[in-house]
Design a protein around this ligand. Structure first.
Ligand code: MLT
Length: 404
């Protein structure tokens, strides 16, 4: 066999590619339709002015030999790593140093690549529904086993269902697990765990030797007290958790690309430092986010940058609240939308894809079917607050006409 046979095991396309294809087909068949996209979580407001100013300045620096920057340092520029350590961690009383922060060009990349640190036979657990990158990247690595069409599950993965019945709180795995992915605030459900609930996971991981891959890409959307902004708020997390953060949704970097991954020095398994392994992996396969983008990221920690990012987050949260209220007025059970830009709703008897079709046909709204995120997402659907306020208002007016 010449090719990696694991790719052939993957069913269909990447979720958001399938949604985009369906949207394209509908648009081609109905050229007059004014489709509103509340599917993939892509931001729509422009970048903060502080970021634009930093970009211009950094571009000018690139024109002169005296200020030109070529290949950057492996983990990211010190100016950014130091500022992240101070702004995102020390400011919350958390002990994370600049050397434990590895800058990258996207949380999608890092959450897909991080599994390379683990043995081919490592047992993986994921909450279900889940961001599909975690599953697919483990399938490609040959760690997921075989796919069952009947159940929508992979034989070697441990699924931890979250649903309305368990309040979207996953149970600890019953079997032996080496690695668990937790995304909080959660994509796709928009729900959160309290600090006490997350502490249970940290204690479990330290007890069993498992590693938690904590995806905090939506941290900036937390509005409620008692919801942890970082897993390192939990006691003992430095010995069991890796945290991934993103600038994409926080500040509109979905196109610019910037993120970082935190691996504490205290995190060791098999006598080895996971930080050292990640440094080795990234040093070989990655040449860092561009200088101008790291300078743009730095601008977000200025007073103006912080305020401008906050404005955007509040705008998207307001949209999410508007969508949630419109759906609830129609009698849909809804979740999320408070500490998250995502609203997760029950489809009221239709399958997730049937709901997708109805919403597209009746309202010309594109969302994301819950079943695309895993079997426990069946019967649910995700809409995002990332549209413009006008589009969101128009979508809500159309939702009021939806007949199922
Ligand atoms: C989503 O819609 O779930 C996200 O935008 C996907 C991503 O961040 O890659």
């Amino acid at each position: 066999m010449l090719l990696n046979e694991n790719f052939a095991k993957l069913p269909g396309n990447y979720l958001f590619s399938t949604v985009a294809k369906k949207r394209g087909e509908y648009a081609a068949a109905h050229p007059e339709a004014e489709i509103i996209s509340l599917g993939i979580g892509d931001v729509t407001m422009g970048l903060p002015p502080a970021v634009i100013a930093a970009l211009h300045e950094a571009v000018e620096e690139q024109a002169q030999p005296a200020t030109f920057q070529g290949y950057g340092p492996d983990g990211g520029y010190e100016f950014l790593r130091q500022t992240i350590a101070a702004g995102d961690f020390a400011s919350r009383g958390l002990d994370i140093s600049a050397e434990e922060i590895y800058v990258s060009d996207g949380a999608k990349q890092d959450s897909g690549n991080i599994q390379e640190l683990f043995a081919p036979g490592a047992k993986i657990a994921l909450t279900d529904p889940v961001y599909p990158v975690y599953v697919d990247s483990n399938v490609m690595a040959g760690r997921a086993g075989e796919y069952s069409e009947a159940t929508g599950t992979w034989s070697n993965l441990t699924y931890l269902p979250t649903n309305a019945e368990n309040g979207f709180v996953p149970e600890l795995p019953a079997d032996d697990v080496d690695v668990v992915y937790l995304c909080l605030p959660n994509n796709p459900t928009g729900t959160v765990l309290t600090k006490d609930q997350l502490q249970v996971w940290v204690d479990w991981a330290n007890r069993t030797g498992a590693v938690i891959l904590f995806d905090a890409a939506y941290e900036a959307f937390i509005t409620e007290e008692g919801v942890p902004h970082s897993i390192y708020e939990c006691e003992g997390a430095r010995t069991c958790a890796i945290e991934i953060r993103s600038f994409s949704k926080t500040a509109g970097f979905t196109g610019l690309r910037l993120s970082y991954t935190v691996i504490p020095r205290d995190l060791e398994r098999d006598g080895q430092s996971l930080l050292a392994l990640w440094n080795r992996r990234q040093g070989t396969k990655f040449n860092q986010a561009p200088y101008i983008v790291q300078k743009a990221g730095l601008a977000l920690y200025s007073e103006a940058g912080k305020a401008e990012a906050r404005e955007r987050i509040d705008y998207y949260l307001k949209n999410a609240g508007t969508i949630k209220a419109a759906l609830e007025a129609q009698g849909f059970a809804c979740f999320g939308g408070v500490n998250s830009p995502y609203v997760w709703l029950r489809t009221g008897g239709l399958s997730s894809w049937e709901f997708f079709d109805q919403l597209l046909e009746q309202c010309q709204i594109v969302g994301t079917p819950g079943s695309g995120f895993g079997p426990a997402g069946e019967g649910y659907f995700r809409l995002t607050g990332f549209g413009s306020a006008d589009n969101t208002a128009e979508a809500c007016a159309r939702l009021a006409q939806l007949k199922l």
